[in-house]
Design a protein around this ligand. Structure first.
Ligand code: GTP
Ligand code: MG
Length: 197
């Protein structure tokens, strides 16, 4: 997909405040520091469309961008940030869960996980919730350039094995690097294929 235009639309603190869902939408989520902004920017070929915040986990806003004037890319706040209060975490969760479950034009949720780490319970729990809730989602491994190819392959296989403990069928998996812009074309092709109502 050629990215002709990519524009920020708005930040919303509640799912009800999001722009009207009249066009297909694709959302990106993952723990803070997973490489979400870098992946979005790399994929769209923009330097700093999705801003990297100096204080991770502080921004509890849903950010909408409109791409090629015909689909929304949504940057969701990171889940499971440890350094905020329990109440803030619950508010976070509510915002994210409500958005995901109520956003009728959401075609797919891309769940980002850091390819360097073994499966983390916070990610597994979120993936579990997506599966149980019937949310259409894919798993995106980030920062692939930081690993040697054989280690990368092993980590992805280990992750799949962990998921297979619960699920027979696994979602689509992408292995990416926002830095090196690898795997981004695959994500865009998927979006291209599916972004018609
Ligand atoms: P928050 O918005 O703060 O939650 O973080 P984020 O998930 O948007 O992560 P961000 O893209 O800001 O990246 C976090 C750190 O990881 C930065 O120092 C990036 O330079 C680094 N990083 C992100 N993606 C990659 C990647 O693909 N390769 C490498 N080598 N570093 C990356
Ligand atoms: Mg970010």
């Amino acid at each position: 997909m050629v990215i002709k235009t990519a524009e920020f639309v708005k930040s919303s603190g509640k799912w009800q405040e999001c722009p009207e869902g009249t066009i297909p939408e694709y959302a990106f989520i993952g723990r803070s520091n997973v490489g979400k902004s870098s992946l979005i920017n790399g994929m769209l070929n923009r330097k700093d469309l999705a801003k990297t915040s100096g204080t991770p986990g502080k921004t509890q806003l849903i950010n909408h961008f409109i791409i090629n004037e015909n689909w929304y890319l949504t940057d969701l706040p990171g889940y499971g940030y440890a350094k905020v209060s329990k109440v803030m975490r619950r508010d976070f969760e509510k915002l994210i869960n409500n958005y995901i479950l109520n956003r009728n034009n959401l075609v797919n949720l891309f769940v980002l996980v850091d390819s360097r780490h073994s499966p983390q319970s916070i990610d597994l729990e979120f993936i579990q919730w997506c599966g149980e809730s019937g949310v259409p989602f894919s798993i995106v491994f980030t920062k692939a350039d930081k690993l040697k190819p054989n280690v990368l392959i092993k980590n992805v296989e280990d992750y799949k094995a962990e998921l297979h403990k619960t699920w027979e069928d696994l979602p689509e998996i992408y292995v990416t690097s926002g830095e090196k812009k690898t795997g981004t074309e695959e994500i865009l092709s998927f979006i291209q294929k599916t972004n018609e109502f």
